[in-house]
Design a protein. Structure first.
Lengths: 173, 524
């Protein structure tokens, strides 16, 4: 498939292409077909396979089962850019080579998280892994949209602080 | 009414930095009729500008000029370009500080006498003591409006404090309360707004309930007509004459143009990393090792307190971020009791971080489910911070980097720090006690969290009786140059177990009194 044909590929199509070998077996068909998995993920510079790899990597580095894919996608979509495509290509090649060395076809082809984590551990001291991990610390956790999933309430000044909103409401002690 | 002084006016006192030391000194001198030019590297931000958003606020306020790190402290690995989390703004780190305002304990002024010689440490007694400082602490507590001093009530305890207090008392601690805080606790006992329990104390108090020089001492000083604050003015070098007296400072103004301001007296208050850096960057033919450095102690004895955090995870929500960030303290371990396996003591204080900073600081560099399952319980976490006395070591020091330069091309500071075995023993003791507190109230998991980039930066121009052992005398006046003073936490001979701001403020009030009387007497 030519690069320009891949632009605008959906998450659903991307996942079903890239991870079909295990996705049905492990995550089940419901994951791919779920309504919130139907959002479009456009890739302009890097390949859908590479974006799918970054997404899986993001989930494996900071796995939160209650946080939907779209937030991880927001955290890594910035790598779909001219100035990072070579770094991404080289890094994913390194990642896949580590997967092959551990007897897998590729990182994305691995079904179990614990096996993917072993592959990540093989490259975790390298610049590529540290770049992706470091970027996620702000790229993922500084998205205000995910804060409610963790119970965090964010800004409070505009609401008058918590003086009348439960700063001392703990009842179970 | 705001003063404007000429660059060639050599009658002014020039103060470099406007935080707890420089900002207070500037106001105190201005109140006494002394003409002051205060040069501040950062910009001006007031409560309406502060942001209830951790990373955005960090971008607005933090000092992020080029710095490098070395040594075995974990900060050098996790945050290699950010040894300290301090502020670049008018008011300095008093915008960011939590407000904890504690006096030194009497024995801490004489650490060498009371602890004895400790191998590998460079302990020294301060040339002043608790009796000398008591009246200045009184003035500092009044200025800051410290709770539980004067007629000011304590702050109410938030959720995080309630967990902390119950845990501490459950394991037998008794000196537990909501702290001595420079945060207004009632409408009747001060001129500021009372605390609205908003959280985000570290991001600048949007109510102005917490004391900060940015909206108290600075405008009060400006209102006298004796103080001119030039913001976004980065001092590059201090100049001197053939007699060895300092005469002027060179600084880059807000347009990046190099200016020279003449001065009668120069007071350096740029925080413990920038102050020695400036003295070292001001080296000349007469002072090849940097200004005021005949002792070779400039930049040495860098201290940052024994710190660390403990976060406890519970089976039910705590919501620790609600309310005052640090209004909670346990002081039963603050004394000197060497049978614990270390000299000096430590405080435990409540602390919370928002989710974004928790992700960055809970276990920097960690990844995978062991880490993320902790964050999944963020809502059920309680947190505390360790503040203990670390030991001065000659090799823990600020030096000029041979390679790294700042945005003006000036050599950047390198901060080298390694824990002394005493520091490690104290931190481990505090971790164990903090975990025990939380387990006593049902914690299902606890995280002994490593130190953050330093917020308490001390000791690199230390005070000493003997000019060979330190940089400044009991007034903060450099031993070598009579009209050059140090006015920030870099004066600290030792660090004590207490958050340092109240002591920095008390020293600045006292120094202003001394400088004004010496100027009147014509001795400087």
């Amino acid at each position: 498939m030519k690069q320009d044909q891949l632009k605008g590929i959906t998450r659903r199509a991307l996942l079903s292409r890239s991870i079909a070998t295990w996705a049905l077996a492990v995550s089940g068909a419901g994951f791919i077909a779920a309504p919130d998995a139907a959002w479009a993920l456009e890739v302009a510079v890097i390949t859908p396979d590479q974006m799918a790899t970054l997404l899986q990597m993001a989930r494996d580095i900071y796995p939160h089962d209650k946080v939907a894919d779209q937030y991880y996608a927001v955290a890594v979509k910035g790598y779909d850019a001219e100035d990072s495509k070579d770094m991404i290509a080289a890094g994913i090649a390194e990642l896949d080579a580590a997967a092959v060395a551990q007897g897998h076809a590729s990182y994305l082809a691995i079904g179990w998280e614990k096996d993917r984590v072993k592959v990540l551990q093989a490259i975790e001291n390298g610049a590529f892994f540290q770049k992706i991990r470091g970027g996620l610390v702000t790229g993922l956790y500084n998205q205000k949209e995910i804060w409610p999933i963790f119970g965090y309430e964010g800004e409070s000044f505009s609401k008058g602080g918590y003086i009348d909103r439960g700063f001392d409401d703990i009842a179970w002690l | 009414m705001v003063a404007k002084f000429d660059l060639n006016d050599d009658s002014v006192v020039v103060i470099i930095g406007t935080g707890a030391g420089g900002g207070v000194l500037a106001n105190e001198l201005a109140q006494k009729g002394v003409k002051v030019v205060a040069l501040e590297a950062g910009g001006r931000y007031l409560p309406e500008d502060y942001l209830n958003d951790e990373w955005a606020s960090f971008g607005q306020l933090a000092w992020t000029d080029t710095r490098t790190t070395s040594g075995d402290w974990r900060v050098a690995k996790d945050f290699s370009g950010l040894p300290a989390w301090i502020v670049k703004a008018v008011g300095g780190t008093t915008t960011h500080w939590a407000g904890a305002s504690l006096r030194f304990q009497d024995h801490e002024w004489k650490a060498l006498t009371n602890y004895g010689k400790v191998e590998g440490a460079n302990l020294l007694d301060w040339p002043i003591d608790g009796a000398e400082m008591a009246p200045w602490y009184d003035k500092a507590e009044e200025k800051l409006g410290v709770t539980r001093t004067g007629n000011r009530p304590g702050l109410p305890g938030n959720n995080n404090y309630k967990v902390f207090e119950k845990g501490a008392t459950a394991i037998g601690y008794t000196k537990v309360h909501t702290g001595r805080m420079a945060i207004q606790s009632s409408d009747e006992t001060g001129n500021r707004v009372a605390c609205q329990q908003t959280g985000f104390c570290f991001q600048g108090c949007k109510w102005g309930a917490k004391w900060s020089a940015a909206y108290t001492d600075i405008p009060e000083g400006e209102a006298t007509g004796n103080l001119e604050v030039r913001d976004r003015s980065h001092v590059a070098k201090i100049l001197h004459d053939a007699a060895g007296k300092v005469t002027a400072v060179e600084y880059y103004d807000k347009d990046g143009t190099l200016q020279t301001q003449k001065a009668r007296i120069i007071c350096v208050a740029g925080n413990t990393i920038e102050s020695p850096r400036l003295l070292l960057n001001s080296a000349s033919d007469m002072f090849p090792n940097g200004l005021a450095n005949s002792s070779d102690q400039v930049g040495r004895n860098y201290m940052r307190h024994v710190t660390g955090s403990v976060y406890g995870v519970f089976d039910k929500p705590v919501r620790m971020w609600r309310g005052t960030t640090m209004a909670g303290i346990m002081q039963d371990e603050a004394h000197h009791a060497p049978e614990r396996g270390f000299v000096g003591g430590y405080e435990l204080e409540t602390l919370s971080l928002g989710l974004p900073f928790m992700a960055a600081f809970l276990d920097p560099g960690a990844w995978g489910r062991e880490f993320t399952s902790g964050l999944d319980s963020y809502e059920n976490m309680a947190g505390l911070w360790i503040v203990g006395e670390d030991l001065p070591q000659e090799t823990n020091r600020v030096t000029l980097s041979a390679e790294a330069k700042d945005q003006f091309g000036l050599p950047a500071p390198n901060v080298n720090y390694s824990d002394h075995p005493n520091d490690v023993a104290m931190r481990n003791h505090a971790y164990e006690r903090g975990v025990a507190m939380y387990e006593a109230v049902g914690a299902t998991r606890a995280f002994p969290t490593p130190p953050y980039p330093s917020t308490h930066n001390l000791g690199t121009n230390r005070m000493s009786e003997d000019p060979k052992l330190g940089v400044v005398n009991k007034w903060g006046q450099t031993h070598d140059i009579a009209n050059l003073f140090i006015s920030d936490g870099s004066q600290f001979t030792t660090g004590a177990a207490e958050n340092p701001t109240l002591t920095i403020v008390a020293l600045a009030i006292r120094q202003a009194d001394h400088i004004a009387s010496e100027m009147a007497a014509g001795t400087i």
